[in-house]
Design a protein around this ligand. Structure first.
Ligand code: BDR
Ligand code: CA
Length: 335
């Protein structure tokens, strides 16, 4: 199985933590570096969470770079503690990693990795797009150096989750998102249309909690917090699976059933549409014919249910495989 070099850009975040663990567990992904950005929590708190999770998972060697604290316009709004907890990981206390931050910014790390792996680096962006926009400014050739970019963000036909039309990652830095979506590359967009339709149930959470591995157990505890927020939306304890689904699509482990390639732009006005991903979905009426010049593959549905695959992948790796040995040898346990 081919393993692709990956750069992960995240705002860790409960579902970011799941995405990170999933990537580590994926034989198709070789995570070369991680950058953080303010979103669910500040970039600094997200970096701390990422370092601690990497240590718990026995992957403390993966470098973590601090990224943008503020969006391109305005300033960081304080995150989403009502969704992810004050510490961003559902108030779960992880052992503090002794490893420090990389001596480069997240955008610099992305540019460096793109040059080290020309044509093969895959980028997975699961937070606001501030770092990716900055990397495009630093290296205008980035679109030609990167093999693929997958973004969790936006809403194509579905409503938003932070305003009636805007999804959080895009709404937290619309100017950056507009730059990234208009750059000269093909994008896979994983919007709320598909992430809200793929939920993790309480039975899945119980499977994680029952694991002998510290990583699945910690994730199961974090999900308890996340489920309480999503219970207000779905009416039962469960949650959407935004970021891990984007990770699974990026590695190619799950396949889209419907994913039209359309033109997409971001509303950067100051009106009620600010942060909306304006995806041209008019092809819906004609079975989505090919559109000349369109670059954004919008994932609308999957071939198979995602949650069982996610849970199996995490349990297989962190309970039976390399992840268990590494984690138990190096980590301590989640509180
Ligand atoms: C996205 O926003 C963040 O809260 C999540 O981590 C996810 O990346 C969902 O809108
Ligand atoms: Ca995220």
């Amino acid at each position: 199985m081919t393993s692709h070099p990956f750069y992960l850009d995240c705002d860790t975040g409960i579902d970011d933590a799941l995405a990170l663990a999933y990537l580590l567990a994926s034989p198709q992904a070789d995570v070369q570096g991680i950058g953080t950005v303010s979103g669910n929590v500040s970039a600094a708190v997200g970096a701390r969470n990422t370092l601690d999770l990497l240590q718990l998972a026995g992957h403390a060697h993966i470098p973590v770079a601090l990224g943008a604290h503020d969006p391109l316009a305005g300033s960081f709004g304080g995150g989403a503690p009502w969704v992810h907890g004050e510490n961003g990981i559902g108030e779960v206390a992880l052992s503090a990693s002794a490893v420090g931050l990389a001596a480069e910014t997240a955008a610099e790390m992305l540019v460096r990795l793109a040059h080290q792996h020309p044509g093969t680096l895959r980028v997975l962006a699961i937070g606001p797009l501030s770092n990716i926009a900055e990397a495009l400014r630093l290296e205008p050739e980035l679109p030609r150096l990167v093999e693929e970019i997958t973004i969790m963000g936006g809403a194509a036909l579905a409503p938003g989750n932070i305003t009636p039309v805007a999804e959080a990652n895009i709404a937290n830095d619309p100017e950056a998102a507009a730059l990234v979506l208009s750059a000269d590359w093909d994008i896979t967009l994983v919007p709320l249309d598909v992430t809200m339709a793929n939920v993790l149930e309480e039975s899945h959470r119980q499977e994680l909690l029952a694991s002998s591995g510290p990583v699945p157990r910690a994730l199961g505890e974090m999900l308890g917090y996340y489920f309480r927020f999503y219970e207000g939306i779905y009416g039962r304890p469960c949650s959407a699976m935004h970021d891990p689904l984007a990770a699974a699509l990026a590695v190619g482990a799950v396949k889209p059933a419907l994913a039209p390639v359309v033109r997409a732009a971001v509303d950067t006005s100051s009106g009620p549409g600010r942060g909306q991903t304006v995806c041209d979905m008019r092809g819906l009426y004609a079975g989505y014919p090919e559109v000349k010049g369109a670059r954004c593959r919008v994932v609308l549905s999957l071939e198979e249910e995602f949650a069982p695959h996610l849970v199996d992948a995490l349990l297989d790796f962190f309970e039976d495989g390399e992840g268990t040995t590494a984690a138990l040898a190096s980590a301590g346990s989640a509180a």
